[in-house]
Design a protein around this ligand. Structure first.
Ligand SMILES: C[S@@+](CC[C@H](N)C(=O)[O-])C[C@H]1O[C@@H](n2cnc3c(N)ncnc32)[C@H](O)[C@@H]1O
Length: 970
């Protein structure tokens, strides 16, 4: 038996991609997302598979290895069945049942499929199981929970697992310990020095490993600590936190009620209830907008892009000009007509500038005739006044004012919701909230209940300063928001409880800060009519209109679904720069900030502003600032050098037989080769690479795209192998071919595990496996390459080597349905087109894949062949779209395939294959010699793309033409 691990020989990429997607789609009910915002959390199922894949040995029986691996992940037939949520509805069983099963067990009643009365419980179970087994993996998953939601493999499965692995264990934790002992002599130690939202340390701890998690950001360290101690704390801890959360929530409500700032005098038909609940309706949402004096007209204009407030309740706002004050009154209409809704959409007062709805004299102007005044005109050369600490609302002479224009009220008796314009009393309550905040402001800032930190300028943090003059983090919150969140802090702190519960409450403050700021969008769509969070994208976008949540609308933000796991292994979590890590891990699993362009350090400062004074007493050894200067980011030479420092450190901090798994999301060869250079320089040797689709679904029609996470498996480089590129090339060639051959052999024809992109990637990985085994390649100076400032478009020698691997792969990957003898004689452009058709049939629309194939085949310019070149909608033109353009000349124009495609187009146009046939006969001097190739191409085009709607008529025409040519001259 070799000492290779499972993941170094194979990985179920397709099934894992589906599982990862399922986990992603669970949105806020994913295990860790409820704890608080972090960007780019990795799916737990992927981490679980990675850890097991690194610990599991590869035997001489790859098929059995795979079976066992899938059993461990409950991704085998039986595991999936164990994971199902409940019974499969009779109508779904019907879809997958055989004729006999249908006849015996099912009948149709009231237009629905039902079980026959005669079907016993056992029959039903049995038939459901059989129907389930016949479903595709995706269909099965739709009935299943996630692997983490059940208790691992069944007893039966453990028997098989134990027999294969020669173990005697009953749980994943016991297995992990056993395999760790075998390989490393102790329980495996798993570390992540860029732990972000905590996926790696958390899942590793769930599997029973000893864990280390660190990140430059203390916010991330806090989230990771909470993942392990709070979610991993089990039932008792969670119950305590939930009780305390409830107490705080109720106490805040009581105080707000006493202040009387969120209730009006409306409603109440029933005197008894009024007595119990107090008076009036509760406000759950407040809508604000910026208001400015338009320099063109002198009118005061509230700025909102569209005056639709609710799509479902058909609520709109309408502006009524008041010539006396040169300002607008606002009317709110609930239950507007479709015409009124349409008008409200167009009447927006903000679109690339201020669009005042009236002229100087107050005469109404139709929307399409309104001129836009750029906001820069108001800001002037010197920009806006910069706010001081005490400014919590705009000063009266500030250019940008703020206006409350709508309140949504809830009648507590009926639950009915009403949108209303603020009344005089409401404005009074606003003033009261402001007064209350002013009373507490200094004390609360000192105690850290509300932020007092300055916003440091930066790529992302410049925007609030530049566009609003906000200089402190608390300026991103309006008085009512500061008052409410401050109150949550104050009351939370007054409750005596253990550290984990304090942190549970503390993270709640982070969630309130994310869901209740001046940067929260009001979503009027009919499905929603609710507020969004501050970080709907990776920026600090200031808004012209925003939403504020009243206490009752904070309920879903404050409380969250706490999943529970029991974690009992040791963990060490802290904020730390990865370069100075001193933990020794057997497995380093990291997802570095690699070319992902997310400014973690700046974005997380919003949370740190809230945590500033409260974090140090909880974690005296931690720092509480973002350490921006140490953040690893970018893609240039400094970034490369910092990454080498980090990875060298991690490589030093692992035993000789340890592993690293590095995750990143880029497919581009340059990015790949840079990372390879970094890892190579850090003394690591790539042994495998697998890409898992971790984001949304792919599809030309939906326009959504897959973001793959590439997982590089690495060991410490041993020995001192030296060579030069000329020696290495044949090795790369052999390794790429070997790799692709193995993948093709182990792939499942009915449910393919690998796509074209996976083969491409495997080619990169194979090249890297060869290259990084060398400690030096004479004509590649690693240090120089790392430091070299590259000109745009300039490539590195390592990138060239990787590219040569893709070329080998491209030659190797003949489209299915084309004979090797035909393929061999096609020129690069022809290969590119025919391969592109296959790629598209496989549902691949990423631009990068086409780019790589073009490079691999050596095609310089393929843009003219594309029907769409949008980033994730790339596809080729069909013959009908190519029409009669470019039929002679260089490149594609001069090829046989081009002539054939034109003949197909002619066949479509004339609805007859004759003209196409005649064309080929006349134009091709060696028509008879080429006939075999023409027929092969037409046969391919008639079959391969025929399943795609936009190819239908061309594929039919290719079929007709193929028939005509094969009969020609017979
Ligand atoms: C892609 S994220 C990791 C996400 C994580 N794997 C998860 O599942 O949530 C990269 C992380 O690297 C961190 N980082 C950036 N520079 C760092 C440094 N010098 N040392 C340690 N961590 C750093 C960022 O704060 C960020 O959390």
């Amino acid at each position: 038996m070799s000492n290779l691990t499972f993941i170094e020989t194979q990985f179920p990429v397709s099934k894992l991609s589906k599982e990862s997607y399922k986990e992603r789609k669970a949105n806020n009910s994913q295990t860790l997302t409820g704890l608080g915002k972090w960007w780019g959390r990795k799916p737990l199922v992927l981490i679980r598979a990675a850890i097991l894949g690194l610990l599991l040995p590869a035997s001489d029986d790859p098929k059995k290895d795979r079976e066992i691996f899938l059993k461990l992940l409950t991704m085998d037939e039986e595991g999936l069945w164990r994971r199902r949520r409940g019974n499969i509805p009779a109508s779904d069983v019907y879809q997958s049942a055989t004729e006999t099963e249908r006849e015996y067990y099912l009948n149709r009643k009231d237009n629905k499929w039902q079980w026959k009365k005669s079907a016993t419980k056992e029959d039903r179970e049995h038939i459901q199981r059989r129907a389930f087994n016949r479903m595709s993996y995706d269909e099965k998953l739709s009935y299943c929970m996630r692997p983490e939601e059940i208790d691992g493999p069944s007893e039966e499965a453990w028997k098989e697992i134990n027999a294969h692995l020669v173990t005697n264990v009953k749980s994943l934790q016991e297995l992990v310990q056993e395999l760790g002992k075998r390989r490393f002599g102790h329980n495996p130690r798993v570390g992540d020095a860029f732990c972000g939202g905590g996926s790696v340390p958390f899942e590793a701890a769930v599997l029973g490993c000893d864990v280390y998690g660190a990140d430059l950001s203390p916010v991330s360290a806090l989230l990771t600590w909470a993942a392990i101690n709070l979610i991993g704390g089990g039932e008792k801890v969670i119950r305590e936190i939930q009780d305390i959360q409830k107490k705080v929530y109720e106490a805040v409500k009581k105080q707000i009620d006493e202040w009387g700032i969120e209730r009006n005098d409306e409603g109440w038909t029933d005197e008894e209830t009024r007595k119990i609940l107090g008076k009036g309706w509760n406000a759950d949402y407040y809508l604000y907008c910026v208001e400015v004096v338009d320099p063109q007209t002198g009118w005061r204009v509230p700025l909102v892009p569209a005056w639709i407030i609710g799509g479902k309740t058909r609520t709109i706002a309408r502006l009524v000009p008041d010539k006396k004050t040169k300002s607008f009154k606002i009317e709110i209409i609930q239950g507007a007509s479709p015409e009124e809704m349409e008008k409200a959409k167009l009447e927006g007062t903000w679109a690339d500038g201020i669009r005042c709805p009236v002229d100087k004299d107050g005469n109404w102007i139709e929307p399409h005739s309104r001129q836009a005044t750029p906001i820069e005109e108001l800001r002037g050369r010197q920009g806006l006044r910069l706010w001081e600490n005490e400014d919590i609302v705009p000063r009266p002479d500030d250019i940008l004012q703020e206006r409350l224009y709508c309140i949504r009220w809830v009648d507590p008796e009926t639950g009915e919701k009403y949108y209303r314009v603020p009344t005089k009393e409401d404005i009074g309550r606003e003033a009261h909230a402001l007064e209350l905040l002013k009373e507490h402001f200094t004390e609360w800032q000192e105690k850290g209940y509300i932020p007092s930190r300055l916003i440091q300028p930066g790529d992302k943090t410049d925007e609030p300063i530049r566009t609003r003059g906000w200089t402190h983090w608390h300026h991103l919150y309006n008085p009512r928001q500061l008052l409410t969140i401050g109150l949550f802090q104050k009351i939370g702190l007054s409750i005596k409880c253990g550290k984990t519960s304090i942190i549970g409450l503390f993270l709640g403050i982070g969630r309130l800060a994310n869901w209740n700021s001046r940067l929260c969008i009001w979503d009027p769509s009919s499905a929603n009519e609710k507020g969004a969070s501050t970080y709907i994208n990776q920026a600090l976008n200031t808004l012209y209109n925003y939403v504020l949540r009243g206490h009752s609308a904070l309920e879903t933000t404050w409380f969250y679904d706490i999943h529970k796991s029991i974690i009992s292994t040791p963990s060490l979590i802290m904020p730390l720069d990865a370069r100075i890590t001193d933990f020794i891990a057997d497995l380093w699993i990291t997802d570095p900030p690699y070319a992902d362009a997310i400014n973690y350090e700046e974005l997380s400062e919003l949370f740190l502003a809230w945590y500033e004074k409260r974090l140090p007493p909880l974690f005296p050894d931690w720092y509480a600032d973002s350490k921006r200067a140490l953040a690893v980011k970018g893609s240039e030479e400094n970034f490369r050098l910092s990454m080498v420092e980090c990875y060298r450190r991690l490589a030093e901090n692992m035993p000789e037989n340890g592993f690293q798994l590095v995750m990143f999301t880029h497919q581009d060869v340059e990015v790949w080769s840079d990372l390879a250079l970094i890892l190579w320089a850090a003394g690591l040797h790539v042994t495998a690479a697998w890409t898992i689709a971790t984001e949304t679904e792919t599809g030309y029609k939906t326009g959504k795209y897959v973001k793959g996470t590439s997982n590089l498996v690495l060991r410490k480089r041993k020995g001192d192998l030296r060579g030069d590129r000329a020696d290495i090339y044949p090795e790369v060639l052999a390794e790429v071919q070997r790799q692709l051959k193995t993948m093709i052999e182990i792939d499942d024809k009915d449910d393919p595990n690998f796509t074209d992109a996976d083969y491409q990637l495997a080619a990169y990985a194979a090249a890297l496996r060869v290259v990084t085994a060398y400690s030096a390649i004479e004509d590649i100076d690693v240090e120089r390459e790392l430091r070299r400032v590259r000109k745009s478009g300039e490539s590195s020698p390592l990138a060239d080597l990787i590219r040569s691997a893709v070329k080998i792969a491209s030659d190797f990957l003949i489209p299915e349905g084309l004979d090797r003898s035909i393929w061999r004689y096609l020129n690069p452009e022809e290969r590119f087109y025919l391969k592109g058709v296959e790629v598209e049939v496989h549902g691949e629309y990423r631009d990068g894949v086409y780019q790589e194939f073009a490079r691999g085949f050596g095609v310089k310019d393929y843009r003219g062949l594309l029907g769409s070149d949008a980033a994730n909608r790339t596809r080729l033109k069909t013959p009908t779209e190519l029409k009669g353009r470019d039929l002679s000349g260089q490149g594609f124009a001069g090829t046989l395939l081009r002539q054939v495609l034109f003949a197909v187009y002619k066949t479509v146009e004339e609805e007859n294959p004759k003209p196409g046939l005649m064309y080929l006969r006349q134009e091709l001097s060696n028509y008879w010699d080429q006939r075999k190739t023409i027929l092969a191409i037409l046969d391919y085009l008639s079959k391969k793309p025929s399943a795609m709607d936009h190819w239908q008529k061309d594929a039919d025409a290719a079929h007709l033409l193929c028939g005509a040519i094969s009969e020609d001259g017979v």
